[in-house]
Design a protein around this ligand. Structure first.
Ligand code: ADP
Ligand code: MG
Length: 564
């Protein structure tokens, strides 16, 4: 490698100065990195009359070909490529040497012998002169310019090299700034993308909340405020634009009748650092009432309870549907009761007729005692007493029929289950006799006070008794016996058992016994046992059916006893 020949034309200095000024202008005016590269490479290649100029950037351990300019018949073509440097297309030994020394390297490859003559690239292509100019900033290699001339009569002048050095020093700052700007732009693009994704997620969440009528919130315990979603504000009738409310604002939304219990439960959960689960109503400004459920999970920071996050659900529609279902179930239960009672009319008529006959007989007797020459007032009084007792007996039956057919809401009260059984036996007695069934009553339980709904329990007993009678109607080769018994267990629960000597329950029937509308009878409705099952469940028991030995079946359930 040798110093290059000087070929300075007369107006060379002016020309170089104008190149520098042009380059400076182009560099400072470049709107973006690509324009900057285009301007820089064009000036370098044109000014030297070179064939090829490469800008190779160092990136970590690798070299990246950033841009390439080539002179061809159409002029100068600049490409911004940004790919790994391809050593088939560049003199590796020459460029590596410049990178190592961080110094400008110049070689008249085609004209003198140089250390790079054996470089495969120089072997393949007839390059006349090559320059490699490292761009250094704060002693760090940022990039290299590789420039080559193909024409043997042309050389790089010293001025050109000086201009080049000045240009690259200037370019170093700009390339670095542009690179940083590029990086910033990329980060900004990423940020915009993320923001867009976030906005999209936010919109989807808001839409999801709106559709499912679910609001979300975060309760920051340190300042006692709730950061809440738009839907949360919508549900609670707050301004949807308000995203932060105080806990007191929230508490003010709760229906006055629910407020104390809800706040107590929340306070208890916070104290125990456990999940919040509450149900409450909200009175809206238009007077309507919403039914809400709220769930919250505690959030800890280094074992310290800091926040609660959770949701609020508007379950008003579900509640309305549940209520409608309950009303429908009540109506159905009533229809079933009336249907069963309809089957018992002759039995009931008989049951009422008996006291009426007795009243008539007693009245006759009383009158006779009164109309005697010497009226026996004691006997008259006894007859009147009997009339009153029998009247009450008839009245009670009528009363229990009225309650059984009325559509009343379930009313839990303390009652004697034996009274329920006796009442049902009274209503069904005649039917039992008519069907040739013998009744055995074993009301052995010493304690029989329970908490329950009289009408519902009567319905259970009526269904079980009627089923037992109906099951035995086909039996002709053995006695038809209906046994109703009660007994207690450890003074905690009372068992009520209805046994029959019918056909028993086959495996196939057993699986569907308590299903709604399951019946094996021609005129059956299949609702009796389904209703019994849910009533017994509501009373804290479970209705079960087993085979009776040697024949028949046993239906039984247990209800907790209440003590005085
Ligand atoms: N004591 C019983 N013995 C045998 N089978 C019974 C007995 N009680 C109920 N079953 C069976 O259970 C079915 C459902 O009873 P239920 O729900 O009261 O409806 P329904 O009496 O209208 O058929 C009956 O059709 C019958 O097949
Ligand atoms: Mg039935």
């Amino acid at each position: 490698m040798k110093a290059k020949k000087l070929q300075i034309s007369d107006d060379a200095s002016n020309q170089h100065l104008s190149v520098l000024l042009n380059a400076s202008k182009a560099i400072s005016e470049a709107a973006d990195y690509a324009t900057l590269l285009q301007a820089l490479l064009t000036i370098i290649i044109k000014h030297a009359g070179a064939q090829r100029v490469f800008l190779i950037k160092s990136q970590g351990d690798s070299l990246i070909l950033e841009a390439r300019a080539q002179t061809n018949t159409n002029g100068v073509m600049v490409e911004h490529v940004h790919c790994e440097a391809n050593w088939d297309d560049l003199p590796k030994s020459f460029i590596s040497s410049a990178i190592q020394t961080k110094k400008l390297l110049y070689a008249n490859v085609g004209q003198q012998s140089t250390p790079y003559d054996l470089d495969p690239y120089f072997q393949r292509f007839s390059v006349s002169t090559a320059i490699c100019l490292p761009i250094i900033k704060q002693n760090q290699l940022i990039a290299v310019f590789y420039i080559e001339l193909w024409e043997h009569d042309k050389l790089f002048s010293d001025e050109y090299l000086n201009v080049l050095t000045l240009l690259t020093a200037h370019a170093a700052t700009t390339i670095e700034a542009a690179r940083l700007q590029n990086a910033i732009d990329e980060v900004n693009q990423q940020r915009l993308k993320l923001e867009r994704a976030l906005r999209l997620a936010d919109t989807s969440l808001a839409l999801g909340e709106q559709i499912s009528r679910t609001g979300s919130w975060r309760w920051e315990l340190h300042n006692n405020t709730l950061v809440c979603s738009e839907e949360f504000c919508n549900i609670l009738d707050l301004d949807p634009q308000r995203r932060t409310i105080s806990f007191a604002d929230f508490a003010a939304c709760i229906h006055p009748e629910d407020k104390k219990s809800v706040l107590d439960r929340i306070r208890y959960a916070v104290q125990k650092e456990t999940a919040i689960n509450v149900e409450y109503r909200v009175l809206k400004a238009d007077g309507s009432v919403l039914y809400l459920t709220g769930q919250g999970c505690p959030v800890f920071d280094s074992d310290k309870l800091v926040d609660y996050v959770g949701t609020v659900n508007d379950v008003t529609a579900r509640r309305a549907a549940e209520n409608a279902l309950r009303v429908a179930q009540d109506d159905l239960a009533r229809v079933c009761r009336i249907t069963t009672i309809g089957q018992l009319t002759s039995s009931i008529a008989h049951e009422i007729n008996q006291p009426l006959m007795s009243i008539v007989a007693n009245a006759g007797a009383g009158l006779r005692w009164l109309h005697r020459a010497e009226p026996d007032l004691q006997q008259v009084s006894a007859s009147l007493q009997s009339i009153a007792t029998e009247g009450q007996r008839a009245g009670q039956i009528v009363q229990s029929l009225r309650t059984l057919t009325k559509n009343t809401k379930a009313l839990l009260s303390k009652l004697d289950i034996h009274d329920v059984l006796k009442c049902i036996v009274a209503i069904a007695r005649r039917e039992i006799e008519r069907r040739n069934v013998s009744l055995e009553l074993h009301l052995d339980a010493k304690l029989s006070q329970i908490r329950g709904d009289m009408v519902q329990l009567q319905q259970v007993m009526l269904n079980l008794v009627m089923n037992a009678i109906e099951a035995m109607s086909e039996i002709s080769n053995r006695p038809r016996v209906l046994t109703i018994s009660t007994f207690t267990k450890e003074d905690q629960v009372i068992f009520i058992q209805v046994e029959d000597t019918g056909p028993g329950i086959s495996d196939e029937i057993k699986d569907h016994l308590f299903d709604a509308f399951y019946t094996t009878k021609k005129d059956g409705m299949g609702m009796g046992l389904a209703i019994c099952h849910s009533i017994v469940e509501m009373h804290g028991g479970e209705l079960s059916a087993v085979l009776r030995q040697p024949v028949g079946s046993i239906f039984s359930f247990a209800i907790p006893l209440v003590k005085d």
